[in-house]
Each structure stands twice: as structure tokens, then as C-alpha cells.
Design a protein around this ligand. Structure first.
Ligand SMILES: Nc1nc2c([nH]c(=O)n2[C@@H]2O[C@H](COP(=O)(O)OP(=O)(O)OP(=O)(O)O)[C@@H](O)[C@H]2O)c(=O)[nH]1
Length: 130
């Protein structure tokens, strides 16, 4: 999860051809064998966005049982990176705050918005209805 100095966070849309194409999520991807979560995040954000991240602060872990896969998601906060985000996989990006304006949000991403809301004392809907 990239957070800028204003506290906005970056969401990206899933590219065509993937499950849940067009749904918005925090950029990232799967950990490869032998790789740490932080290293995987750095690799994925470089592949997807062309940036080199600074420290990744582990935040929360969520398990989601999708019809296509059971996934364990490790959310880490990143506040420093080098380079400007470019969409290397045909995705879209949006810097967001609460409530999130992009839609639809990936089911596994919704709880994360709720955690951010709790942390910020934000009351109300975190995102629009699909
Ligand atoms: N990056 C990311 N993935 C999420 C979020 N929420 C969530 O449920 N996921 C799920 O976690 C998995 C992430 O793996 P991925 O992005 O590398 O995999 P993918 O389905 O795109 O397939 P791929 O192996 O072809 O890249 C997907 O099943 C995705 O649906 C999120 O906020 N960010």
C-alpha cells in the first residue's frame, strides 16, 4: 500500500484477462517461493508500477476464500519510493482517500478500507455500492 504525504493511498484496477478484471485493489501480487513479503512487494510494485520502494511496514494480514483461490494477503504500508508510477500492465491508477471514489472495489480490499477508516476515525461508507 503506497501512502503519500497527504495520507492518500494508491489503488489500481485489475487488468483485462485476470479474474475480477476492472476491480480496484491495492497493487501487489503473489509471494514467490523463498521470497519475503517485503521483497515480493518490492518486486511486484517494480513490475507493475516501475517504482523502487523504500521500507515496507507490515500492517495486517487477511485471509480471503475466493471461488478461484484461497489467499492470504499481507498488507504493508510504504511511504517512500523512487520513480513516478507508470501503468506497466494496462491497469488504471487512482490516488484515493475515504470515501473511495473508484468502483468496484475488490471484495478482499473492502476490509482494508474499513481498517483505514477505523485508524482515521472515519465514519460512514468507505466506498460506493457496486
Ligand atoms: N494485489 C492485491 N490483491 C488482492 C487484493 N485484495 C484481494 O483479494 N487480492 C487477491 O489476491 C490475489 C493477488 O494475486 P495476484 O494479483 O498476483 O494474482 P492474479 O489473480 O492477478 O493472477 P496472476 O498470477 O496472473 O498475477 C488475487 O487473487 C487477488 O484477487 C488487494 O487489495 N491487492
Amino acid at each position: 500500500m503506497l501512502f503519500d504525504a497527504a495520507g492518500r493511498f494508491l489503488l489500481t484496477s485489475r487488468p483485462l484477462g485476470k479474474v475480477y478484471a476492472g476491480y480496484w485493489e491495492f497493487p501487489g501480487g503473489k509471494v514467490e517461493p523463498g521470497e519475503s513479503v517485503e521483497a515480493a512487494l518490492g518486486r511486484e510494485l517494480h513490475e507493475e508500477l516501475g517504482i523502487a520502494i523504500g521500507p515496507a511496514e507490515p500492517w495486517r494480514i487477511e485471509i480471503v476464500d475466493y471461488p478461484h483461490a484461497l489467499v492470504r494477503l499481507h498488507f504493508c504500508k510504504v511511504r517512500e519510493w523512487r520513480g513516478a508510477c507508470e501503468m506497466r500492465e494496462g491497469q488504471q491508477m487512482a490516488w484515493q482517500t475515504l470515501p473511495v471514489e473508484v468502483s468496484p472495489v475488490l471484495p478482499g480490499t473492502v476490509p482494508v478500507l474499513q481498517w483505514i477508516a477505523a485508524e482515521r476515525g472515519f465514519a460512514g461508507a468507505t466506498h460506493g455500492a457496486v
